[in-house]
Unconditional design. Sequence first.
Length: 366
Amino acid sequence: MFIVDAHLDLAYNALNKNRDPRRKLAELRAAEAPEYKRGIPTVSFPAMRRAGVGLVFATLFNTPQNDPFPDGSDEDEKYTTAEDAHRLGMKQIDFYHRLVDEDETLRQVTDAATLDEVVASHMARPLPSPPPEEESAARPLLGLLLLMEGADHIRVPEETELWYDAGVRVIGPAWDDTRYCAGAWRDSKQGLTKEGRELLNVMGDLGMILDLTHMSEIATFQALDAYAGPVVATHANARSLVPTERQLNDRQIRLIGERDGVIGCVLFNAFLKEGYRKGSGKHLVTLDHVVAHIDHVCQIIGDAKHAGIGSDLDGGFGAADIPTPLDSIADLPLIAAALRDRGYTETDVAGIMGQNWVELLRRTLG
């Protein structure tokens, strides 16, 4: 099964937390024990390969100086100006380019042909299990699709083409509030700014994908009205189950489905179970909660073609705050088993685990 994870902060963690994704997970954990300031590591390339992950949306992400969640990020390089954000974003671009240049099994996915090359390498993979981590000759390809999370890296809207040329294909205008858009963390009553509307115009001309995740509710509806291009929510859950503005309400879910978009389920327990607080206890959340959010999206839209995974597993929490029995990204196939137990067909399970993202990208990357 070809698995897609539509949200991982690989460059941010490598450059700020010394988490080189090429290292084995056991090595990353040993290096950070026992403090685990950003949670017990759950993501590495070897762990992805064990799971059958073939494509990840790899973010450009940096925290602003007024980070609403400073815990664990005190030592991070933050930005205060557009120039700061631009410089930090370009450092992450360089990181991804170097990864691909140095590893013949990595691909930066910018077009449908490269995507198909990555997918085909997994179809030829020997079964029933992937080759050991130490063996490289037969390893399938791993694709990296660049996603900008928070558009403050873009100094002016006209500069968007520079980032497109560097490989960025998806932009989420907000993480927290940005110059382009109000974010969802602060329950903002604001929406898109004038610059934000200009950004959408440039993105549309370039055929880029708009990520509605983290945008304020008002901003999402404004963007859906203003933007004619492809829309997704790479990592967002159902507000009906966890009632915060960070999640999507049923109208937002329905509209994304009507636009043939995909919504990726986040695997952070606080986004899966109402009332959960970081550190509350891993046992309180199970794969039943994950399936409930995925199923809610499917029920609202009317089919299973618009649900996916956007784990955010390296997004500031760790193994202690993801659903039981998951321990790392290597365990993503357990979600497929839980979906089967819920009665989803093999076609639907394959779609949710990755094929829905693949089909969207084939339609949009050209």
